[in-house]
Every structure is written in C-alpha cells, then in structure tokens.
Design a binder for this molecule. Structure first.
Ligand code: UTP
Length: 225
C-alpha cells in the first residue's frame, strides 16, 4: 500500500477569498498521479480561522473555544476541498481513526482538525503514522524551512535537508516570543521522528513540487528525515 498524507496549510487555501484556482489545479494534478493507493489530505484554517479567532480573542473568549472555532474553520475548508475531487469522502471525519477507516473506501480522504491543543500539522502526522504513509508533504506559504523567519529577517537561509532533532530544536527556538511563526509544531515533528516519516516542507502553491516529490522524492523546499 503506497499512501501519502498532504497537509495543505490554510494560508494557501483560505486567503482573502477561497483559492479556487489552486484547489482545482491541485485536484487535477492528483487525479493524474499514478502508482499510489491513496492520499490523506489535511486542510488548515487559514484566513477563515484567523479572522474568527482574532476577533473573538478581543472579547476574552477562552483558548479552548477558540481552538474549537479554528477546528470548525478547517473542516469548512476541508469540505470545500472535497468538492474538487472524485472518489472522495463527502463527510469530514472528526478523528484520525475515522479518517483511516475511510481510506478503505476512497482514493482521497480529506479532513481538518480533530481536537483543541494542536494544529493540523499534528493531525496530518498522526494520520500519516496511522495509515503507514512513509511521506508527509507539508504545503505551506513559505518555500521551505529557514534558519529564521524569512519574513522578519532578510539574512535567513533556507535549509535543504535536516534531521528530526535539528527540526525539533528549531521549532522550539522559533516558538519562543510573541507572534512567533513556527514552520511545524513540536508534536508533529516528534511523531515523525518516532515513526521515521519523511517530511517535505514546500511552497504548497507550486504544483510541480508535489509531482517531483511523488515521482522522484525530490523538492526545492526542505526535507526532514
Ligand atoms: P491550522 O492547523 O490551520 O493552524 O488550524 P495554523 O497552523 O495556526 O494556521 P495555518 O493554516 O498553517 O496558517 C487553525 C486553528 O484551529 C485550531 C487551532 O486553534 C489552530 O490555530 N485547531 C486546529 C485545533 O485546535 N486542533 C486541530 O486539530 C486543528
């Protein structure tokens, strides 16, 4: 069974508007890919989640409820994504367990978040671990992992390849400080490490990147292994 999990960062799906062009192109690309038995696709919350969360935070709504709001946003985006794919679930699973079951019935299983306290990075990694996927593709709004946040520091350098321990250290270091922007959360990296799941962090908007990874195991982003 050759399966892959793709985490589609919310920021590439839900921008000012829904990125329908990308969703269409991404679905067409996956439809043409040969040699795989199934794809798990985990969709983030993006602008939809951020708008609700930041507005409600001003009214002291607690973080658990804000996470629930975020989860619902990811599920709306996930449902929107399903409308572009054939042979896909029509109900969004609320647990990785249910999503794994659905892999028996569909070529694509699309989901969003599961429970408060983590992000869809962790959901994607748990999903990958559960269905024995060797590879997790993390499509983000940046073209790989950098030594520092490239939007804040022009001297930040892209890292082509790194091991799990260095990725975990970088994730911890970059999560310190307000307004931090972490490339992947520590939990998801720890899960990848324990199960040896190879991670490709790429600019999720570049369709060629998915094709290169799926056929050649290479990318212009960052490989964590
Ligand atoms: P995302 O996974 O999209 O968060 O979930 P993110 O990484 O902050 O944002 P982008 O999309 O990569 O820019 C959106 C929000 O939903 C909640 C969290 O509050 C998260 O910030 N969430 C999501 C959960 O609480 N649990 C989940 O399993 C998923």
């Amino acid at each position: 069974m050759k399966r892959v999990v793709i985490s589609l960062g919310g920021s590439i799906i839900s921008m000012e508007k829904l990125n329908l062009e990308f969703m269409e192109e991404f679905s067409r690309m996956l439809g043409n890919i040969k040699g795989y038995d199934g794809f798990g696709i985990v969709v983030g919350g993006g602008k939809l989640a951020r708008t609700y969360i930041s507005d409600l935070r001003k009214y002291n709504v607690n973080d658990n409820i804000l996470d629930e709001i975020g989860i619902n946003a990811t599920r709306i985006n996930a449902l929107a994504m399903t409308t572009f794919l054939d042979d896909v679930n029509s109900k969004i699973p609320t647990t990785v367990n249910d999503a794994a079951e659905m892999m028996h019935d569909y070529r694509y299983v699309v989901m969003g978040g599961t429970e408060p306290g983590h992000t869809t990075d962790t959901v994607a990694m748990l999903f990958a671990e559960r269905i024995n996927a060797d590879v997790m593709i993390n499509g983000t709004s940046v073209d790989g992992v950098y030594t520092e946040d490239p939007r804040k520091n022009r001297n930040a350098k892209k890292i082509d390849r790194m091991n799990y321990d260095d990725a975990i250290k970088l994730s911890i270091d970059s999560s310190i400080g307000a307004g931090s922007n972490v490339f992947m959360d520590i939990t998801s990296l720890s899960i990848a490490k324990r199960s040896g799941i190879k991670i490709f962090v790429i600019n999720g908007l570049k369709i060629d990147e998915y094709i290169n990874i799926l056929y050649n195991g290479t990318c212009n982003g960052t490989i964590i292994e």
